[in-house]
Design a protein around this ligand. Structure first.
Ligand code: NAI
Length: 318
């Protein structure tokens, strides 16, 4: 097994002052990376700001002999994103890695989502990741190397009540990751998304009933759970996806309670209707089971790959 080493690599970790991001920054630095520790230093719901969170992580990295620089800007503006990348350039001369992790959480039933909630979640998770990644990607493309990790969520990939706005932002990241992977591949820039599960201060945003349900699910695992709910159990996957050893791109991975897996969007072989006139709604109703049958499916590598798959299936059905 080769060691995963980040000597001479420069990483940006957004939201690295606490929770998951803090562990990513510490581990990358311990493995030799120079790390930009970005954190706005506010509350779990996005209110407030301070320098303390980023500074604490930078101090810890330096105390252990590593290299780090703090950035306190919000990812939620183009100027903020550019300043984070500038911190990397001014302190370390380049950017090889971006882990888009910064974010906050506000839960609301679908009918109660107001513009403030919607805008703040889209701004920090979706636009924030674009604002940081865009200037970093230009540098990566020019140097012919880069690794980008997007912190998405199972709430987006699979659904979770009271998180429609959050899920919209996190699902948007999957779209960005799919497209940027295709654009970046020939330039050595690989992108993946991660669906983490770990205990964090974001639990404060959940309603007590839902939190109790999650806690009961954790409790039902008993001894098997160990300490696997800690952020450190997600860290190895984020670090691997950020490494040169990782050749995966355009993929979604799940890290939860010490279990690491791939998640994917696939398409069933489906049912091929008549070619000379559109199928009827009744015809679809008749074949709906086949349309939804996950017994045979493909995972397209791109939109054009989906066309090839459709062509293959049409060929078989002629
Ligand atoms: P956390 O609240 O501990 O970490 C988020 C960090 O981002 C905080 O340190 C915060 O100060 C920082 N931040 C917030 N807004 C910012 C902004 N505008 N600019 C810069 N920094 C900002 O929460 P946690 O759980 O560590 O979350 C990390 C990421 O993982 C988030 O994107 C979250 O949505 C995602 N996630 C977490 C899950 C979990 O189970 N903990 C599940 C699914 C996704």
């Amino acid at each position: 097994m080769t060691d995963i080493d980040f000597t001479h690599r420069v990483a940006i970790v957004t939201g690295a002052g606490g929770g998951l991001g803090r562990t990513y920054a510490l581990e990358l630095a311990a493995r030799g990376a120079a790390v930009v520790v970005n954190d706005l230093g506010g509350r779990f719901d996005g209110q407030g700001s301070s320098h303390g969170m980023a500074d604490e992580v930078v101090d810890a990295i330096r105390a252990a002999g590593g290299k780090a620089a703090a950035n306190y800007n919000s990812v939620s503006s183009r100027a903020g994103g550019e300043s984070i990348v500038r911190t990397a350039l001014e302190n370390f001369g380049k950017v090889d890695i971006v882990i888009n992790n910064a974010g906050h959480l506000r839960n609301a039933s679908f009918e109660d989502i107001d513009d403030e909630t919607l805008d703040s979640l889209l701004d920090v998770h979706l636009k924030g990741a674009i604002y940081v990644t865009q200037p970093a990607y230009r540098i990566m493309k020019q140097q012919g190397y880069g690794r980008i990790v997007f912190m998405s969520s199972g709430a987006a990939a699979f659904g979770n009540p009271k998180q429609a706005a959050y899920a919209a932002a996190k699902a948007g990241l999957l779209g960005v990751m799919n497209v940027l992977s295709l654009e970046g591949k020939d330039h050595g820039v690989l992108c993946n998304a991660l669906l983490p599960v770990a205990t964090s201060r974001m639990e404060a945003a959940m309603d007590p009933e839902q939190l109790a349900a999650f806690t009961a699910q954790y409790a039902s695992l008993g001894e098997k759970l160990g300490s696997s709910y800690l952020p450190e159990f997600v860290t190895p996957l984020a670090v691997y996806l950020a490494s040169e050893s990782c050749t995966s791109t355009r993929a979604i991975y799940s890290a939860a309670l010490g279990r690491y897996a791939r998640a994917f969007i696939g398409v069933t072989d489906g049912w091929a209707g008549p070619r000379d006139k559109p199928a009827t709604a009744e015809g679809l109703a008749e074949h709906f089971q086949r349309i939804g049958d996950v017994g045979a499916f493909s995972i397209p590598d791109s939109l054009s790959d989906e066309f090839s798959i459709i062509g293959r299936i049409l060929g078989q059905s002629l």
